[in-house]
Design a protein around this ligand. Structure first.
Ligand code: PEP
Ligand code: CO
Length: 440
């Protein structure tokens, strides 16, 4: 079948909202399609070559951010908080691994969510499930839950504002590595790990100054911090609208972000998502772990030419299944002879619900899946080239554990996530220290 940005529409496509009015959807799609792109093919190709190096163990991918961005989070405090936590995590990793870190946010477009059911019931009423702010509103009323195509335009605009602000902050020296001591450490100061973190920051500042005039391929990108965007490419009308040809390059690019991924629930080989993703030139990722997936035929379709940096596999088996499942995945990929970048998402396989009905994840389970993944890759002569985590730059209380020992009672204090529980600032920095120690 010939590929086009719309060829996915001929396939069965999971996890799409049902809109009441087809022409309103088309109208919204046309507006998004007419607006300027959020990223350029140059940036996309540069990321692809960096990901190729990560698959060889020369760089490390840090992909992090909200589970679901909310429209109301498109404000400066939230964006700077997310940028800051990702930058600080990356610095901790660079410091201990002495490898460049590729920073990718789940940001500026992470607005669409897969759900296990199309509908939700409450007090005898049945309404469409919340599918992310790109689709509907979480309030449990008919009006709020009815998918609204206009949200595609509003989500795209917020993504543009978000990425614009990030670019301005970075260009303006927000992340100046000459002065990490200026970075507001906030409540990390009160963490049991504060002094360890403080000394890492001081040592980074010293290293940057002393390496200033050394080789240009230094692990510290002192001239310009690079930052890339990613989201789950779930809502295919949205992705399609920003899929373009660019001058002087072959093929089509999804210009809504640098690095879209296929979620674990939309990997059906004959489904719309695999069809859409096979045709774009971006580096792509695929999450694996919810059920048995035959990876070889998927790689045939999505990674046919074994292009360097094209394909990232994000495994998320959970700490109980990783021993059994990860070796099978690694061996199946090795049997194809193709290069992929392996990344561990230690969050999504470790979600549980407390007795009082709160969705959480435990820090130790997250760290344990990471530990095991590192060891399993090593034992099979493979490379774990990155991590994919849900984090929040604020002091939320959504995951239990960590140095401060947040317990289930404490989850009530500041739980904000609309979908999955994120590590808070302190837990995120602690996780980076532990990963850095394992991989140094
Ligand atoms: C997510 O990344 O928020 C998500 C839904 O993950 P997965 O596809 O791995 O379940
Ligand atoms: Co999530």
């Amino acid at each position: 079948m010939t590929w086009s940005p719309t060829s996915w529409q001929e396939k069965n496509t999971a996890q799409q909202p049902t809109y009441e009015c087809e022409s309103d959807l088309l109208n919204a799609e046309q507006i998004v399609a007419s607006l300027p792109p959020l990223v350029s093919s140059f940036e996309i190709e540069s990321l692809k070559s960096q990901l190729a190096e990560a698959s060889q163990g020369k760089r490390f991918l840090l992909q992090a951010g909200d589970c679901a961005e909310r429209f109301l989070d498109c404000r400066p405090e939230h964006i700077t908080g997310q940028l800051k936590v990702i930058l600080q995590m990356s610095l901790v990793l660079v410091h201990s691994m002495d490898r460049s870190v590729i920073r990718v946010g789940r940001i500026a477009g992470q607005f669409a969510k897969p759900r296990s059911s199309d509908v939700e019931q409450s007090n005898g009423e049945t309404l469409p499930s919340y599918r992310g702010d790109l689709v509907n509103d979480i309030t449990f009323t008919k009006d709020a839950r009815t998918p609204d195509p206009d949200r595609l335009v509003r989500g795209f605009e917020r993504s543009a504002m978000t990425i614009n602000f990030i670019r301005a902050l970075i260009d303006g020296g927000f992340a100046d590595l000459h002065h990490p001591e200026y970075w507001d450490l906030g409540f990390v100061e009160h963490s049991p790990k504060a002094s360890e973190f403080q000394s890492i920051i001081e040592s980074i500042a010293e290293t940057v100054v002393s390496r200033e005039h050394q080789s240009s391929d230094d692990v510290f990108d002192t001239d310009r911090v690079e930052f890339f965007t990613s989201h789950e490419g779930l809502h295919l009308h949205y992705e399609q609208a920003q899929t373009r040809k660019v001058p002087r390059r072959e093929g089509w690019y999804d210009l809504s972000c640098h690095f879209p991924w296929i979620g674990a629930r939309t990997t059906a080989i004959d489904g719309g998502h695999v069809e859409y993703f096979r045709g774009i030139q971006n580096p792509i990722a695929m999450k694996l772990g919810t059920h048995d997936v035959d990876v070889e035929p998927l790689l045939d379709i999505l990674h046919p030419d074994n292009e360097a940096g094209r394909m990232t596999l994000i495994h998320r088996y959970g700490t109980k299944r990783v021993h059994d499942e990860l070796p099978k995945l690694i061996e199946a990929v090795q049997a194809t002879g193709k290069d992929v970048l392996f990344v561990c998402d230690p969050m999504h396989g470790n979600t549980k619900t407390t007795d009082s009905g709160i969705k959480t994840r435990d820090f130790d389970a997250i760290m344990s899946e990471l530990d095991d993944s590192i060891a399993i890759h090593q034992s099979l002569n493979s490379t774990l080239g990155g991590v994919h985590v849900e984090v929040c730059g604020q002091n939320v209380t959504e995951c239990t554990g960590g140095a401060r020992g947040l317990d289930e009672e404490g989850l009530h204090d500041s739980y904000e996530s609309l979908v999955d529980p994120r590590l808070n600032y302190e837990q995120a920095i602690e996780l980076s220290m532990l990963i850095g120690q394992k991989l140094s």
